[in-house]
Design a protein around this ligand. Structure first.
Ligand SMILES: [Zn+2]
Length: 159
């Protein structure tokens, strides 16, 4: 830890970053995962859809639903993504890059027939889980109707 780090720690930006970091595996993501488990959904965690270079937080391969849990600070939440005043030259481009990457990832996913869903870390977990469940439901209906490419079934069996 450098002195630079210590001076950051006093700033609001640094505090939210530290909070966000701590939450990577313990906070909103985990809460959403257990909520989804409770309602009987099964999924893969932190993996990439076959053939795509996009890392997804919660993945429903058969339904082709990709869920991202976005931290308010990193992804620039319009409600409380505070604009960092300290080291703004460093944080703002970083946040903008993250947002840009989000848009690109969604494009890549949609082009491959996936439904990207973004959940804010501030979103009540039950509402988020409902949103995901609805998308998964739609995905499975579409599956039953046979509108998804058959290729997918083979992809799944291979796993
Ligand atoms: Zn937020």
């Amino acid at each position: 830890m450098s002195t630079r780090y210590v001076s950051w720690a006093s700033s609001v930006a640094a505090r939210s970053v530290m909070r966000a970091n701590r939450k990577v595996n313990t906070g909103p993501e985990l809460k959403l995962r257990s909520a989804l488990h409770r309602i009987g959904l099964r999924f893969r965690v932190l993996s990439r859809p076959a053939g795509l270079n996009v890392k997804v937080d919660i993945l429903f391969p058969r339904m082709k639903v990709a869920v991202f849990v976005d931290g308010c600070f990193w992804h620039g939440c319009p409600e409380h993504g505070t604009t960092p005043r300290t080291n703004a030259d460093y944080w703002i481009p970083k946040i903008e890059r993250t947002q840009h990457r989000d848009v690109q990832n969604d494009k890549v996913l949609r082009a491959a027939g996936w439904e990207p869903i973004h959940v804010w870390e501030h979103e009540p977990v039950n509402l988020a889980a409902e949103r995901v469940a609805a998308a998964v439901q739609i995905g499975s209906t579409v599956n039953r109707l046979g509108r998804r490419p058959r290729l997918e079934a083979t992809t799944l069996r291979r796993r």
